[in-house]
Design a protein around this ligand. Structure first.
Ligand code: ATP
Ligand code: MG
Length: 286
């Protein structure tokens, strides 16, 4: 099986939809029949395995899967011997410590001698050791956030995104110990052929990610405003500037970055741009 990549993704959960979407955006087609545990791609030498996310790092370490998509929190906690090859930008969350809302929390030393419920004993243990705090780690596999209110623990260490789950269980977030997003992990024992397929896949993933951060922009402007406007639209190499049928007017085509989009749109409008069209880009090959 030297010339095939086996990619493990979460069967059903918070990572599943975005993992499948990314693979599809990379142009890899497969039959995603409901309830299937394994499927083969029809136009790329790959198989997709659908697993519990906790099992993915172990399968990748053992080489049963060559690649996996998991939360960095799960990958680091598993402590498996795998490579983290790329950050994927979705499922962003943090691992935080929460205490009861009425607790007057002054700092991490307050946790000394307390019991903390978590599904992440290794990450929490490392954080406590780094902060010279001795606390009792109470490992539970789910519904961690109810532990303080039922008297099981004094605090929790759990995954947070908006913080609403903590709030609705009478808790407040007091420390962030780890920031996470979905990552691609790979086996350390890929054949040359598999490494080549991984490189092809990473090239596609990066093209999809860059495209998401950029938009195609077209606009009209007076010819004497071209220099000012193109300062804000450098494009991939340089913007395309074409004369319009109307004397003294031009059309500019370029790409614009999502991060400073509104700021730059305002500047080019003030410089005289009209009829601005902004269009999503599907793939961007740099
Ligand atoms: P499984 O049944 O596969 O074991 P699970 O219940 O352990 O699934 P999920 O809740 O689906 O896991 O979460 C999977 C990953 O998604 C987490 O490890 C984390 O990286 C990320 N995640 C968890 N909660 C959130 C959230 N609220 N927002 C964004 N990402 C999250
Ligand atoms: Mg899990």
């Amino acid at each position: 099986m030297d010339n095939i990549l086996r990619i493990a993704i979460q069967k059903s959960g918070r990572l599943s939809e975005d993992s499948l979407k990314l693979i599809k955006e990379c142009g890899i087609r497969f039959d995603n029949g409901a309830g299937k545990l394994k499927t083969s791609a029809t136009n790329f030498p790959a198989e997709i395995l659908f697993l519990r996310d906790d099992d993915i790092p172990g399968y990748v370490e053992d080489g049963v899967a060559h690649l996996g998509i998991v939360g960095e929190n799960v990958s680091v906690e598993s402590d498996r011997d795998v490579n983290t090859v790329h950050k994927l930008g979705f499922s962003k969350c943090r691992l935080s410590i929460g205490v009861l809302r009425e607790h007057e929390y002054a700092g991490v030393q307050d946790l000394e001698g307390k019991s903390i419920a978590t599904s992440y004993p290794k990450l929490l243990g490392k954080y406590l050791a780094e902060n010279n705090v001795k606390a009792q780690i109470h490992e539970i596999s789910g519904s961690v956030e109810i532990a303080p209110s039922i008297g099981l623990a004094d605090a929790v260490c759990d995954i947070v995104s908006s913080g609403s789950t903590l709030l609705s269980n009478g808790l407040k977030e007091v420390e962030t110990i780890f920031k996470s997003e979905a990552v691609m992990i790979s086996s350390k024992h890929l054949s040359a052929g598999q490494q080549d397929l991984l490189d092809q896949l990473l090239f596609r993933i990066k093209s999809v990610q860059v495209a998401k951060n950029n938009k195609y922009i077209l606009l009209n402007c007076p010819t004497n405003a071209v220099d000012e406007i193109t300062k804000y639209l450098p494009g991939m190499k340089a913007p395309t500037v074409m004369p319009l049928a109307t004397e003294g007017w031009c059309s500019i085509h370029s790409v614009i970055n999502e991060n400073d989009f509104w700021e730059n749109i305002e500047k080019i409008r003030q410089a005289g741009a009209e009829g601005i069209l902004v269009i999503p880009i599907e793939k961007m090959i740099l």
